[in-house]
Design a protein. Sequence first.
Length: 308
Amino acid sequence: MDASERKLSVAGLSVASNTLLVCVKFVVGLLMGSIGVVSEALHSGIDLVASVIARYSVKRSAEPADSDHRYGHGKFENLSGLLEGILIFVAAGVIIYEAADKILAPIEVGFLEAGMAVMALSVIVNVIVSSKLMAVAKETDSLALEADALHLKTDVWTSLGVLVALGVIYVTGFEILDPMIALFVAALIIRAAFDVSKRSSEGLLDKSLPEGEIARIEHVLEKYTDRYLEYHRLRARKMGSERQIDLHLTVPHRMTVKESHDLVDELEKDLRAEFPESVTVVHVEPCETSCEECKMVAEERVFRGKRS
């Protein structure tokens, strides 16, 4: 099974698990009259929409470049993450509104055992599914799957919170905890939405790769300093799981077209080894000094390399 198939498979698992949890939580929450459980149903509903978006974006981002998208479809994953973040903000707003209403006009919560059982089931299912999602996200460098995994991890903590609150209500009868824990759920959701939206927007705005990754690119370039004079205008960004790198490479006047072509091929090969999903564009240009000066600079660099 290749990377695209693994991504689609685990995204499908997320859709199935969220569908199950939405149905169970919503029915039990209505029977209980619990805003805490209903808020968890809404949270899982947003996770379901997010997982559907993630699966679609993973499928689209794997498509090769075409006449309409000549740079590929990698940004579908960034767009997916941003949409998921917006949906989570909406869910948090609904939960806050409903929780505030229940604090002002509290209602009795029933069927506490059923609610605790559903929350326990949610914790177990989401721990398993989020772990699988995160593992594949790390393997394939998928932002969409990572965002989906983070949503489910948030769901784990919120479900635990509701489970504990229901347990306290069961023992003490302190029912005001139900809307209070719903507000806690909303706060965690808002934090997750902010993190996902921020990371997704960075890709859409073509933010440069982090300094650590730029340093890895420069390390590869330094291996070939005896064959070129300098490089400049190094730019690198990330689209989905793909890194796009471009730079200008200044070579001696005497270097032939074939020699410069071979040099670029070797550079691209090494950069692909460092970043498997990457596209590199190198603009080769001759130096502006005389051939003798080019030759002296190149020989000096070789000499320094041997001494070091």
